[in-house]
Design a protein around this ligand. Structure first.
Ligand SMILES: NC(=O)c1ccc[n+]([C@@H]2O[C@H](COP(=O)([O-])OP(=O)(O)OC[C@H]3O[C@@H](n4cnc5c(N)ncnc54)[C@H](O)[C@@H]3O)[C@@H](O)[C@H]2O)c1
Length: 261
């Protein structure tokens, strides 16, 4: 019996990175997976990956920044699988153009707040009523080490991920009465394709900026602070599973201790 046997999980951004790894892992543990992804080619590839491994996954084209799209994706989930048990709000990320507050272009605010904070908010807005109907469930949100310490000069991303911390605690406080747990993970640097590109770790990556160089150097000081997508997917699996039934309102750093010392 898998750790998520017969659960239905809605995973945003599951066409790549951490969420794609989580789709594979959750499916291995018996969950039915909805790959809620913006880019059809990525979403379908993840669907195939899970199916090839013997899992049950459906790609549903979703833009987490658009309320109608999220509403439709949740409806599709329930009509396909009959219920929703796990909401893993993983779509997000910072852009290389993010800077300190006095320097950043305001398009970065619009983009990042929409994707990270509004996206998480909208998925909860439409997903929680289904978790309640299912008799309870688990929400896993994504914050970042960037919001756990004051050392990251991408101030738009920090503001969005800080919002997710406060929002997660408020969700936990309000929806515990319905048997819903809400937690967030704060990863350090995770070597997804997007991050490798940003930090110059792929052959076609552009020249690395001084800001990215400084970030990379900082992470290199800490022995466990750079991880693989599977490292974070395993943390999400634990929080999504009944093994974490005593844990709600928690912000769990998965940053190799970077935020602790
Ligand atoms: N990778 C890291 O180093 C790191 C560190 C800390 C926190 N995080 C957080 O972890 C989460 C996942 O990061 P990742 O590096 O795996 O991301 P990623 O860039 O590898 O994947 C993000 C996925 O989301 C999809 N997406 C983009 N916009 C979308 C939208 N509007 N609607 C639906 N899907 C959309 C993308 O197409 C992509 O498939 C993010 O919330 C990120 O902020 C990542």
């Amino acid at each position: 019996m898998g750790r998520l046997q017969d659960k239905v999980a809605f995973i945003t951004g599951a066409g790549s990175g951490i969420a794609r790894a989580a789709s594979r892992l959750f499916a291995q543990e018996g969950a039915k997976i909805v790959i809620a992804e913006l880019k059809p080619e990525l979403g379908r590839a993840s669907e195939q990956l899970v199916s090839d491994a013997g899992g049950d996954a459906s790609f549903i084209e979703t833009d987490v920044t658009k309320e109608e799209s999220v509403k439709h994706a949740i409806q599709q989930t329930v009509s396909r699988y009959g219920k929703l048990d796990i909401l893993y709000n993983c779509a997000g990320g910072s852009v290389a153009q993010d800077k300190r507050v006095t320097d950043v272009d305001m398009w970065v605010w619009q983009h990042t707040q929409s994707l990270d904070l509004l996206g998480t908010f909208l998925c909860c807005r439409h997903g929680i009523p289904e978790l309640i109907k299912a008799g309870g469930g688990a929400i896993v949100n994504m914050t970042s080490v960037a919001a756990l310490r004051g050392s990251f000069a991408g101030h738009v991303y920090v503001a969005a991920k800080g919002g997710i911390i406060a929002f997660t605690k408020a969700l936990a406080g309000e929806y515990a009465q319905y048997g819903i747990r809400a937690n967030a993970i704060g990863p350090g640097l995770v070597m997804t394709d997007r991050v490798k590109q940003r930090f110059g770790d792929t052959p076609d990556a552009p020249a690395i900026s001084p800001q990215a160089q400084a970030i990379k150097a900082q992470f290199k000081r800490y022995p466990f602070s750079v991880g693989e997508p599977e490292d974070i997917a395993r943390v999400a699996l634990f929080l999504a599973s009944d093994e974490a039934r005593m844990i709600t309102g928690a912000i769990l750093p998965a940053d190799g201790g970077l935020s602790a010392y």
